[in-house]
Design a binder for this molecule. Sequence first.
Ligand code: ADP
Length: 242
Amino acid sequence: MAESRRGRRLKSMFVSIAAHELRSPLASITGYVEMLLDGMFGVVSDKQTEILHIVESGVQRLLSISSNLLDATRLEAGRVELVLVPAHLSRLVRAVATEMMPQMEAREQQFTLDVAPDLPPVLCDRTRATQIIGNLLGNAVKYTGHHGRITVSLTLAAESGFVQMAVSDNGVGIPESDQGRIFNRFFRGENAHLTGETGAGLGLHITRGLVELHSGHIWLQSQLGQGSTFFVTFPIADEEPT
Ligand code: ADP
């Protein structure tokens, strides 16, 4: 038993060191690619620019995998601390949606945000809440094809003292047999492979960890071929945001 706990600790230490060590060479590659694109080392042809953008997006993917690995190991070790402040969830959702607008526009997806009137502010860590929203909205964009519809609804939750966020899409949906495993580390559904979308299967695992750290809950409703809705609750704050 002690052995396996030690093994788990070593494994998580290894993952965390490897992920951390990857970051500085990746940051330096990004820096040089940007300098090349800015023409600092001479004129860059259209073809070279295209290739450099491919390199840049590959490096961004590696950086996001490495920060997800770090987050997953930190959450498992109880090393993620929240800075809780009152915030209006609608503002955070709007900011994330604005950032994702180019991806949604490229797929001609329709985005709607519905906010219940007089919705109270929530108590959250703004960076981590933004990460939760970004992961759910990012998945909705990824797993909903062209011309799809994505809606975020903010209402009071059935559980008193909580606000509920529902992120809905009319995308590929998740088969019932996968729904119990969807929050497991590294789990990627068959549906995900079929769409050809990339991912490491860490997003929902981290999202659940972060939601629970906020004392909230996360669950889903989905039907294969019809779409999915992910529900998240956040505790209501006593004060207005400053
Ligand atoms: P990733 O997107 O990197 O594969 P996630 O942890 O975010 O990892 O999601 C795990 C799996 O859950 C995905 O691979 C996909 O099968 C499924 N999934 C998540 N969100 C959706 C969604 N909105 N629609 C359909 N499937 C989804």
